[in-house]
Design a protein around this ligand. Structure first.
Ligand code: SF4
Ligand code: SF4
Length: 285
């Protein structure tokens, strides 16, 4: 198997909220957006061994291993207080690990009898497209795993050609649109949405778009024109694509974004009305 490795921030062995059925979810470190409401901001950046978390840890559970350029984490003394995640200046974490395709295949083999599929998520998982291609090929050529469904949970902010090598192996992609207007998108995520809009149409044309989600953020993307444009976009993709409206939640967001407000029930109803005027069947989450 390949020596290629990827930074993995975590693996959930069984989840019923990351696609249909019971799924193993593999989370990759690093993201190419910086959403204000990110609930897992410690998966955005990469560790540069600055040592801030090591000095902050109240139980001395972290050490810098300069030779191997990594942080050693003592799981026995760690109290799971999360102070290390809160102080990291890189939106990173001392916990992610390098794993090979072989390592991940072993994890999936261990849990295969309890799951119907796997979901790869992030961070932004498509930053690891060559690794994913090898992983998916291994799954599809393994007689014990090839029946598993494979879903990608992506922000879509990636060049179109990155999808090509993965499409033959996957069942579909779940993708978010944070705002239709490029300016609003930039305010929410720090980046434009040009590539994301292209990804949505490209994947839909290839019949690989499974879900399109819109997160409602009061004072940013909750005005009429913005929601109408999102409704138009959702209407333009195949009826079989699941469309979802997600209420922004403040749980776990960074303190610099404490000013964000969760949508009130009447704001959700207002958005739902616009979607229903566009004859869209939308799931509110
Ligand atoms: S995880 Fe963050 S705080 Fe800790 S050493 Fe790495 S960059 Fe520094
Ligand atoms: S979560 Fe663990 S490693 Fe991180 S600061 Fe707390 S005790 Fe230390």
């Amino acid at each position: 198997m390949s020596k290629l490795q990827a930074n993995i921030s975590g693996i959930i062995k069984s989840s019923v909220i990351d696609g249909p059925g019971n799924r193993m979810v593999i989370f990759f470190q690093e993201c190419n957006l910086n959403c204000m409401y990110c609930h897992n901001s410690h998966t955005i950046g990469l560790c540069n061994l600055c040592g801030t978390c090591v000095h902050t840890c109240p139980s001395n559970s972290l050490k810098i291993d300069s030779k191997n350029k990594r942080i050693i984490h003592n799981e026995n003394s760690c109290t799971r207080c999360d102070e290390c995640l809160k102080v990291c200046p890189e939106n990173s974490s001392p916990f992610y690990k390098q794993m090979s395709v072989e390592d991940i295949i072993s994890e999936i083999l261990e849990g295969k009898d309890f799951i119907s599929g796997i979901t790869v998520s992030g961070g932004e998982v498509m930053l690891h497209a060559p690794f994913l291609s090898l992983l998916f090929q291994e799954i599809r050529s393994n007689s014990e795993l090839k029946h598993l469904s494979i879903l990608i949970d992506s922000n879509g902010n990636i060049d179109q050609e990155k999808w090509n090598s993965l499409l033959p192996y996957i069942d579909g992609v779940m993708l978010d649109i944070k705002a239709y207007s490029a300016n609003t998108h930039k305010k929410i995520t720090g980046y434009s949405n040009e590539k994301i809009l292209k990804s949505i149409h490209y994947l839909d044309n290839k019949s690989k778009l499974k879900e399109l989600r819109f997160v409602l953020v009061p004072d940013y993307n909750n005005h009429e024109m913005e929601i109408r444009e999102i409704a138009k976009l959702m209407k333009s993709v195949s009826p079989s694509v699941q469309k979802s409206l997600i209420k922004m939640r403040k749980h776990g967001i960074r303190k610099e974004f404490a000013h964000l407000i969760e949508p009130r029930e009447e704001e959700i109803e207002y958005a739902k009305n616009i979607f229903s005027q566009a004859k869209l069947d939308i799931l509110v989450i």
